[in-house]
Design a protein around this ligand. Structure first.
Ligand code: AMP
Length: 399
């Protein structure tokens, strides 16, 4: 897929509106605990600054639900941007109110203004046309660099793009890189190509699984979603997470894998626990022997060995979803072992954002992976084969 390219725009002395994804995690003291999303935007910001334009930055943070709430102010983002860019970044006290409008009106070349949290405005998530127009009227050029929200039809992501013609808008470098990487991964992977799919539920990943099946050579299932497949195969799964309404879909996925010759791997053992708790009594059992009322919270050591064997010859790995409840140390081992194996391999390794990116980062393996997406939900929708609403207005040529 080819997107409108920022390099083809005449940016000199223009006001450029850049939608970023600065929705970063904060700790209990209000400090930014992971600024990867802010740092990822720097390539586009520096490029624009080098073209002598004035920059209007916009992002959401958390879910203030259409109301002003200090807790979600972008003030910490402005400070971190200032620190990273070594330039003054002025925070407007509103989004499209008097303060933002006045500050934008007074801007000169190379000024940077950060609007307050876009979700202080109710119209943002409603893709309200009036809000889109107010945002669009601030600038001469629109750049979308917010991959993490490009699967949302929101006013600053989708609606706004309609107010600019093809010479006035483009994808930022981060958005372009993400779209290119996933396009290449899905359409021309170096084979054998394996997908490791985990996480809590089948429902969240069913469409992605169906879309991946004709493209991959092997699929490795982990996490809570494995139990719906195991139950459908006739195993007793105790109190493990299961989606009874998706048993038939699980069967369809397994039948389709068989028909297409895709090797479909399920856990052969699990770490079972008496309850869903970090200090629960736990033991390793085969998938056939999960005790009544116990729940599988991680893949077991035999599964780790099996998956390592299966992954040994692959050239491309896509990983989306943890193998167990990695937030609890006791049930993080399976994910950690798989992460180390994937990181050490010579394959191209792609981590699909969200929890998996968090997991890989916690273990300190983020530098070892070929690519870590900045958007969990967005990357999942790409894997489902969808065109993201925030990208649709920026496409020159589809794949
Ligand atoms: P998802 O958002 O669907 O990718 O799911 C990620 C969540 O799945 C993480 O918070 C994990 O704790 C959870 N998870 C992984 N394995 C299991 C499991 N066996 N049982 C319950 N939850 C799980």
């Amino acid at each position: 897929m080819e997107l409108l390219n920022i390099k083809n725009l005449d940016l000199a002395n223009k006001k450029v509106f850049i939608r970023c994804d600065f929705n970063v995690p904060m700790d209990e003291f209000g400090n930014i605990s992971d600024d990867r999303r802010i740092r990822s935007a720097l390539t586009t910001l520096n490029y624009c600054l080098d073209q002598d334009c004035a920059i209007i930055l916009a992002s959401h943070l958390g879910r203030p639900k259409g109301k002003v709430d200090e807790k979600y102010s972008l003030a910490p983002i402005a400070r971190r941007l200032h620190h990273l860019l070594k330039r003054e970044v002025t925070l407007a006290s509103d989004v499209v109110g008097d303060d933002a409008m006045q500050k934008v009106k007074d801007m000169k070349c190379c000024d940077i203004i950060l609007l307050e949290n876009l979700r202080y405005e109710e119209g943002e998530t409603l893709n309200d046309k009036t809000l889109s127009k107010k945002l669009a009227d601030m600038a001469d050029i629109y750049i979308n660099d917010a991959f993490g929200v490009s699967h949302r039809a929101h006013a600053s992501v989708e609606g706004i793009a309609h107010f600019f013609d093809t010479k006035q808008k483009a994808a930022g470098f981060l958005l372009e890189r993400e779209i290119k990487f996933f396009g290449k991964l899905i359409n021309e992977p170096v084979r054998p190509f394996a997908a490791i799919v985990g996480g809590s539920k089948v429902s969240g990943k069913l469409e992605a699984l169906k879309n991946l099946l004709p493209k991959v050579d092997k699929i490795f299932i982990g996490g809570g979603m494995a139990f719906t497949f195991l139950k459908q195969m006739g195993y007793e799964i105790g109190a493990s997470l299961v989606e009874d309404d998706l048993l038939e879909d699980a069967q369809t996925v397994m039948d389709e894998a068989k028909r297409l010759g895709v090797k479909f791997y399920l856990p052969v053992d699990v770490v079972a626990a008496e309850k869903f708790s970090a200090d629960a009594v736990s033991k390793i059992v085969t998938a056939q022997e999960i005790p009544n009322d116990w729940m599988g919270l991680d893949i077991g050591p035999a599964t780790v060995r099996l998956y390592r064997e299966g992954l040994a010859d692959v050239q491309t790995v896509l990983w989306n979803g943890p193998m167990g409840v990695y937030e609890m140390e006791k049930f993080a081992r399976g994910s950690s072992k798989i992460a180390h194996f994937v990181a050490d391999s010579y394959a191209t390794t792609v981590v699909g954002g969200g929890d998996t990116a968090d997991l890989v980062q916690r273990i300190g393996l983020d530098e070892e992976m070929s690519f870590i997406s900045t958007g969990g939900g967005a990357s999942l929708e790409l894997l489902e084969g969808k065109i993201l609403p925030g990208v649709a207005q920026l496409i020159i040529k589809e794949d």
